[in-house]
Design a protein around this ligand. Structure first.
Ligand SMILES: Cc1cc2nc3c(=O)[nH]c(=O)nc-3n(C[C@H](O)[C@H](O)[C@H](O)COP(=O)(O)OP(=O)(O)OC[C@H]3O[C@@H](n4cnc5c(N)ncnc54)[C@H](O)[C@@H]3O)c2cc1C
Length: 480
């Protein structure tokens, strides 16, 4: 993990805050400019532990509400070499929206209109600040949904999701955000506005030209500001069922997952709770009373009622063959109860020690399916080596392991041990032929591993960045 800065870091761009404020007032209504010391400090954080340890304060915060305003702000910033960091809800876990070189933070969270639900063409156009769960609430009345489902659904914005290529429990069946982005309106660092995926296109497939849409998805605000998003949407499945399987040995769980795939079944979610997560949940909410086991798997299947019932029965049979005890249900109340353990695990983690706080660091590695058990065992050993409590859970269906590290943040020795542990978790993932991040992204937190993960391809990424942002003003200090 990079060493956090304790001081406000000023980027050294040649402009004082008063001049910046004067320039922004020419573009925006003063009510959409934040420059008070205290309010600016609120923009020093996202959900990462690193952002709490650093002090990365913006010089000014702007809240544009039109593409023209974004374009003017960018043209000004570009002309004057002022860093610009786009921000959605700040729920990211990598310091992605934190202005590590100062300058302008562009808060897009209030620009949150669903511009059009094009039911006939199975797509929707949204502004970047629309919150994920609100979009799905809106789409429900049309019998549609946008499948990626981050745990932060009630917070995170679509702009942040596209910028981070976010996903969640259902990625195993429905994929990540990138599979749904048909086109984007983007304001480039110099203020030019482009539309990717075809100027007026409403087609669901498009093989024309170099795929610039994919380039911007996952670029973490380093290439431009996303101002309009055209998303593919899907019909809502009619039925759902959940199976919970408990295993005496951790290794049995990943093997059972592979058996489900081999049987030709693709569940919409496959989650694992290891023994530490089971313990944390039972301490936090004893009434949930999860059975004691080395691992619990939760399978969700969705589709039409007949196929859901058949797949559920098949999964139950496969689990029994893999020596698990299993319960299957399509009853909504029972499904909620079965899912409860998984839904509270993140909040429960801190309960592993009375004075502990769960910190978001080293929380998102993703490994090949056949290395999951090895990764979970190794992470536990590392926790013991560094004397830090680790709760492990995650999206086992695609190898994405979440580790909740519980420390006393006021103890400098523990914080230093945490840094060692996080570093080893990241390196372990790469050594197992995985990645340091399955869904949360790189930002500042994991930029130290970019070369290790990408080799000389990193230099080509830098060239792409340099071509679109030759002055290096877009979200500097991230990824590279
Ligand atoms: C409790 C919790 C659970 C979470 N669960 C998940 C999960 O299951 N899956 C998952 O993928 N993530 C998860 N996250 C992480 C986070 O919610 C996602 O990365 C989310 O997509 C970030 O959205 P945001 O609006 O908060 O973006 P921010 O944190 O504000 O920004 C994230 C990045 O996007 C850039 N950005 C934001 N808006 C724009 C824009 N309009 N144009 C260009 N760049 C932009 C920022 O510069 C930054 O680099 C979780 C976080 C929390 C706190």
């Amino acid at each position: 993990m990079p060493k956090p800065s304790r001081q406000t870091f000023r980027g050294g761009f040649p402009m004082n805050t008063a001049t910046l404020l004067k320039a922004m007032k020419k573009i925006l209504d003063p009510s959409r400019i934040v420059h008070g010391e205290l309010e600016r400090r609120l923009y020093s954080y996202d959900s990462s532990y690193l952002s709490v340890r650093g002090r990365y304060c913006p010089d000014i915060v702007v809240l544009p509400r039109s593409t023209a305003e974004v374009s003017k702000i960018m043209a000004f910033a570009y002309g004057n070499g002022v860093p610009v960091t786009p921000r959605g809800a700040g729920s990211g876990e990598t310091c992605g929206c934190v202005p590590v070189r100062g300058g302008i933070v562009m808060d897009l969270s209030g620009w949150n209109t669903v511009e059009e639900v094009d039911v006939h063409n199975m797509q929707v156009l949204v502004r970047p600040g629309v919150v994920h769960s609100r979009l799905n609430d809106h789409l429900a009345r049309f019998g549609l949904f946008f499948p990626p489902d981050p745990g932060s659904t009630r917070m995170c914005t679509l702009g942040g999701m596209v910028a981070n290529n976010s996903s969640g429990m259902r990625a195993v069946k429905y994929g990540t955000t990138e599979q749904y982005v048909l086109g984007l309106e983007v304001v480039l660092p110099d203020g030019e506005v482009i539309v990717t995926g075809g100027q007026n296109c409403r087609a669901l497939k498009n093989a024309s030209g170099i795929n610039l849409t994919k380039l911007f998805v996952g670029s973490e605000g380093t290439l431009g500001v996303i101002t309009l998003i055209r998303l593919r949407v899907w019909p809502r499945p009619r039925a759902r069922g959940i199976a919970m399987a408990c295993f005496d040995k951790l290794e049995q769980a990943p093997a059972a997952v592979l058996d489900v795939y081999r049987a030709g079944i693709l569940p919409s979610g496959i989650e694992i709770l290891d023994e530490s997560a089971i313990r944390a949940v039972n301490l936090y909410r004893p009434e949930i009373n999860l059975p004691s086991a080395e691992a619990i798997l939760l399978f969700e299947v969705d589709g039409n009622p007949a196929s859901v019932e058949w797949e559920g029965q098949m999964i139950a049979e496969i689990m029994i063959k893999n020596s698990a005890t299993v319960e299957w249900s399509t009853d909504p109340q029972r499904m909620t109860a079965l899912w409860q353990g998984r839904s509270v695990v993140a909040a429960a983690a801190s309960r592993l020690r009375p004075d502990g706080t769960r910190v978001f660091a080293g929380e998102d590695v993703c490994v090949p399916l056949d290395r999951v058990a090895e990764a979970l065992r190794a992470i536990k050993d590392l926790g013991r080596k560094y004397g830090i409590a680790v709760v492990a859970y995650g999206h086992i269906g695609d190898g994405n392991i979440h580790t909740a590290l519980v420390i006393d943040p006021d103890n400098p020795d523990e914080v230093s041990r945490l840094d060692g542990l996080v570093d080893e978790i990241h390196r372990l993932a790469v050594n197992l032929r995985g990645t340091t991040t399955g869904e949360h992204g790189v930002g500042l937190v994991r930029s130290a591993y970019s070369l290790l993960e990408h080799g000389n391809a990193l230099e080509r990424m830098r060239q792409v960045k340099g071509a679109l942002d030759p002055r290096g003003i877009m979200n500097p200090g991230k990824i590279f």
